[in-house]
Design a protein. Structure first.
Length: 94
C-alpha cells in the first residue's frame, strides 16, 4: 500500500527537498512503523523527528489526516492505502 508524507519547508532539506513523497509500506503498517521506514530511507529527517530512543520529539507534530497522532494516541494506528501523514515542527516565538 502507498501513503504520502508531507513536509513543510523547514524539513524538506532533510528529505532531498521534497514537499510531499509517497512511501510504500506493507498492509498493517502503523504510523510508528512508517516513522521506522523513514528512519531507513530518510535518516537525516529521522534525526529531526525522533530522539535516540525512537521517541517522537516534543517539538514535532505528526498528523494522520486531521488528527494529531500524539494527543489522539494514533502512533499505533494502522495506516490505510492513500493516507496522508503531515509532519510539522512546532513554532515558538512572539
Amino acid at each position: 500500500m502507498r501513503v504520502s508524507v508531507a513536509l513543510p519547508g523547514a524539513l524538506r532539506s532533510y528529505a532531498r527537498g521534497q514537499a510531499e513523497f509517497a512511501v510504500d509500506v506493507p498492509d498493517g503498517t502503523t504510523v510508528d512503523g512508517l516513522l521506522d521506514r523513514l528512519a531507513v530511507s530518510e535518516p537525516a529527517l529521522e534525526r529531526r523527528l525522533r530522539d535516540e530512543r525512537g521517541v517522537l520529539r516534543r517539538h514535532v507534530n505528526v498528523y494522520l489526516g486531521d488528527e494529531d497522532v500524539r494527543t489522539g494516541g494514533l502512533l499505533g494506528q494502522p495506516l490505510r492505502d492513500g493516507d496522508r501523514v503531515l509532519v510539522l515542527p512546532s513554532v515558538a516565538g512572539g
